[in-house]
Design a binder for this molecule. Structure first.
Ligand code: ADP
Ligand code: MG
Length: 550
């Protein structure tokens, strides 16, 4: 079905696009893209900072998420417009790269586009704007690096402040010193030093959620927590020096899959049949025992009778463990997941100092403590309801990401809008080195960065204009660390106030924001294919053509 041809043949217009597709070009395309992208930024702007509001998102099947987390909001919003989707990508990249600063990145991108729109109206060509933005972005990186201060694994108090700032960014009440301490402890346990560099694999910090209880009960476990109980009451509840078999096969006798009928004509036959089944289950249990395992974690089911045999042999077992838990256990305990009991040998077993069952909020969970790899830790996240726990969990995730990226990059900056204000101030001076139009673009970039302190002030109910005037004055006079003090309602030294963020969050936020803005600005032609109809066919296609030609 290729209809692509060019131009005008002998006065006859030629279709170059399939029917049903839409095309927008030039200024219209730019305007539409900018509007859509800005709408995304507007949607999350009110959540920025400790005084930011939360959003309640209800999906098509009625599930509710209450959050203040930029990337979560955008992921839940099911955004359709292509330019708006690019903004969602900004948030996702930010989240993957540094795990914090998602709202910041998105609102900077939105503000850059707003400023670009004003320049477009002054007939400045998009190419000039994107060039200016790129120059400004590169210079911003240099400025940020200059104002960054070093941090190391030993600076516990500073690391805690980073965790608090990251959690406080979400909501004041979620920033307990208790949680900050846990996050820093967890990071210290998993951090490694290599050639003078600190490396933190945040995958080693697992989180397991359990609602019921309060956030004060959130705890750090050296090892892995699995949300499963021990299957049989006669099994031990604690095992020391655990040798753990990780099995991805059911300890059950398979039901016959086809409808084959088994005719039993005598009681002896019946008995023989049962005996046979028992023998098979016993055989399975014997294999586990023969490997030397005293703990069995099974990804599939375990038959009641097999449970009974295991209990008799003193083996502790969990069943239907999640695949992700199996993988985490394999990594942490040094065990191997086997898919056939025939293969199970002592070499496949993982090791942990203790495995025990504990009741948490009335439900049993299994704790695998002090694993072979001591770098595996779990934060057991607690809170009153499911929604609360989910939001705590996101805050902890952000805090872990923030502390980890501060250590990996080795530098920190003050927060509260101070780095954005400082970069903005220096960029304005830097812009003067450039000729007319480029200078305007660099200045526009500088202005756009002020959206961060402005939004922080606005969200806290402060007068954004007063705050910005005071903030600019401080930064012009060497007040590098001055930001918006949301409690005192004035401009203060944010570093001294303990509002500290990783430099990397700022580097990444400005980079991805400006790259997204540049990309959106460079588009002057949007071609949208016709929507697929429900049958999976483009509209206008004759019936009976599914499956396609060729
Ligand atoms: P993001 O998704 O971008 O991380 P947040 O809602 O977490 O957005 O807000 C982060 C912003 O809040 C940062 O600019 C940070 O410096 C600021 N912030 C955090 N704590 C404070 C505080 N105590 N006072 C002022 N600003 C703060
Ligand atoms: Mg944050």
């Amino acid at each position: 079905m290729v209809q692509a041809m060019v131009g005008n043949l002998g006065g006859q217009p030629i279709l170059i696009l399939p029917e049903g597709s839409m095309r927008t070009t030039g200024k219209d395309a730019q305007k539409q893209n900018i509007t859509a992208a800005r709408a995304v930024a507007e949607a999350v702007r009110s959540t920025l900072g400790p005084k930011g509001m939360d959003k309640m998102l209800v999906d098509s099947i009625g599930d509710i998420v209450i959050t203040n987390d930029g990337v979560t909001i955008l992921e839940e919003m099911e955004i359709e417009h292509p330019a708006a989707k690019m903004m969602v990508e900004v948030a996702k990249t930010q989240n993957e790269e540094v795990g914090d600063g998602t709202t910041t990145a998105v609102i900077i991108a939105g503000e850059l586009l707003k400023k670009a729109e004003e320049l477009l109206e002054q007939e400045i060509h998009p190419t000039v704007i994107t060039k200016g933005f790129k120059i400004a972005k590169d210079e911003s990186m240099k400025i940020l690096d200059e104002i960054g201060k070093p941090v190391s694994l030993e600076d516990t108090e500073t690391l805690k402040k980073i965790a608090v700032t990251s959690m406080y960014g979400k909501s004041a009440e979620k920033a307990s010193t208790h949680l900050a301490q846990l996050v820093v402890d967890a990071i210290k346990m998993v951090a490694e030093k290599k050639d003078g560099k600190t490396i933190v694999d945040t995958d080693n910090v697992k989180r397991e959620k359990k609602h019921g209880g309060s956030s004060d009960e959130t705890e750090l476990v050296r090892g892995i927590v699995i949300d499963k109980e021990i299957v049989h009451p006669a099994m031990p509840r604690t095992i020391n020096d655990a040798k753990i078999a990780l099995v991805d096969v059911a300890l059950e006798v398979k039901e016959t899959e086809t409808d084959a009928e088994i005719r039993i004509t005598s009681p002896e036959q019946m008995q023989a049949f049962i005996d046979q089944e028992q023998k098979m289950l016993r055989g399975m249990v014997d294999k586990v025992v023969a490997s030397g395992a005293n703990v069995l974690v099974c990804q599939k089911g375990i038959d009641d009778l097999a449970q009974h045999y295991l209990a008799k042999k003193g083996v502790m077992a969990c069943r239907r463990a999640k695949k992700s838990d199996m993988e985490a256990l394999a990594k942490a305990t040094g065990g191997r997941i086997v898919t056939s009991l025939e293969d199970l040998s002592s070499e496949d077993l993982g090791y942990a100092k203790t495995v025990e069952e504990r009741k948490i909020a009335g439900e049993s969970m299994t704790f695998v403590r002090d694993c072979k790899d001591p770098k595996s830790v779990t934060i057991l996240v607690r809170g009153s309801t499911e929604h609360v726990v989910d939001e705590y969990d996101r805050s902890i995730e952000d805090a872990v990401g923030a502390v980890a990226s501060a250590l990996e990059n080795g530098k920190i900056v003050a927060g509260a809008g101070s780095p954005e204000a400082e970069v903005s101030s220096r960029l304005k001076k830097f812009a003067q080195k450039f000729p007319g139009r480029e200078q305007l673009a660099i200045k526009a970039f500088a202005d756009a960065l002020e959206v961060v302190p402005r939004s922080l002030a606005e969200n806290a109910g402060l007068d954004p204009i007063d705050m910005l005037v005071e903030l600019r004055a401080k930064h012009e006079n060497g007040g590098v660390m001055y930001g918006v003090d949301l409690v005192a309602g004035k401009i203060n030294d944010a570093f001294a106030a303990g509002v500290i963020e990783p430099l990397k969050v700022k580097l990444q936020a400005i980079t991805s924001a400006s790259e997204a803005a540049e990309m959106i600005l460079r588009i002057d032609d949007v071609i949208t294919a016709g929507k697929l109809s429900r049958g999976g066919m483009p509209p206008g296609m004759p019936p009976g053509m599914e499956g396609g030609e060729e």
